[in-house]
Design a protein. Structure first.
Length: 262
């Protein structure tokens, strides 16, 4: 039961949506550094290619890019078909792609709900369903295939900012993950969620630029997340160490969600 075998992901095939930037890029690097074959996908083809070049320079594992626009259902189908052409099985699916929309309550547009819920919730279900046959082929009773859904602490608490569709979508994602855990567990596929706090990302850039001191001051650990924090959580869930965890929502937030306020 040594740590080298307990947390080993070498040789596993992984798909990380939104894997070229932000939290997705951090997760992708964690897998590649530890010997996994990682496919990254987002609609920014140039960012995907740049990330793949950087990741392959790190070594041990391999990275490949399959750009796709997840707002379009046909693109999800194309991605699943492309993975199936290249790989006989998929060990880990990380559903990370997401979007946000902030606007005052009285001005919040209906279109924001369609855009945010489509990407953050509906396409997670669509893509997971399309890739379930490959996940089933990878799963075994003591080493199931893994679905890791990247949620948010704003799906657990009321956010300070007016991001109504985002927080609702992440709360929905957390529960969808539990529903998938129930339905897919018997197929040797686990489903878990990481409810992430603030990390350096394009989505968080403007907020951190304005409110970093206040955000860090409200976190019990007094800092935002690092690449090691989120990559480590994914490696744990994807390895033998995490094989019996199913239907969990794990906060990766330095204690933000439980911080008491006077």
């Amino acid at each position: 039961m040594d740590t080298q075998s307990l947390f080993n992901v070498e040789g596993k095939v992984v798909l990380v949506t939104g894997g070229a930037k932000g939290i997705g890029r951090m997760i992708s690097e964690g897998y590649v550094t530890n010997g996994a074959t990682v496919y990254i996908s987002s609609r920014d083809a140039k960012a995907c290619e740049k990330a793949v070049q950087e990741l392959n320079a790190i070594g041990r594992g391999k990275a490949y890019a399959i750009p796709a626009d997840f707002y379009k259902e046909e693109e999800c189908k194309r991605l699943a078909e492309e993975i199936a052409k290249r790989e006989s099985k998929l060990h880990v699916l990380v559903n990370n792609s997401g979007s946000n929309w902030g606007a005052p309550y009285d001005e919040y547009p209906s279109s924001a709900w369609t855009r945010v819920l489509t990407l953050n919730l509906q396409r997670v279900f669509d893509l997971t369903k399309l890739l379930t046959p490959l996940l089933e082929k990878a799963g075994a009773p003591n080493d199931p295939a893994r679905i890791i859904n990247i949620g948010s602490i704003d799906g657990l608490r009321v956010p300070a900012l007016e991001t109504f569709a985002y927080s609702a979508s992440k709360a929905g994602l957390h529960h969808l993950s539990r529903v998938l855990a129930h339905h897919l567990g018997r197929r040797n596929i686990t489903s878990n969620t990481l409810a992430c706090g603030p990390f350096e990302s394009k989505m968080m850039a403007a907020t951190l630029d304005k409110f970093r001191d206040a955000i860090e001051g409200a976190i019990p650990l007094s800092r935002i997340g690092t690449p090691q924090d989120v990559a480590g959580a994914c490696l744990f869930l994807s390895s033998r160490a995490g094989a019996y965890i199913n239907g969990a929502t794990i906060t990766v937030d330095g204690g933000s969600a439980i911080a008491a306020k006077m």
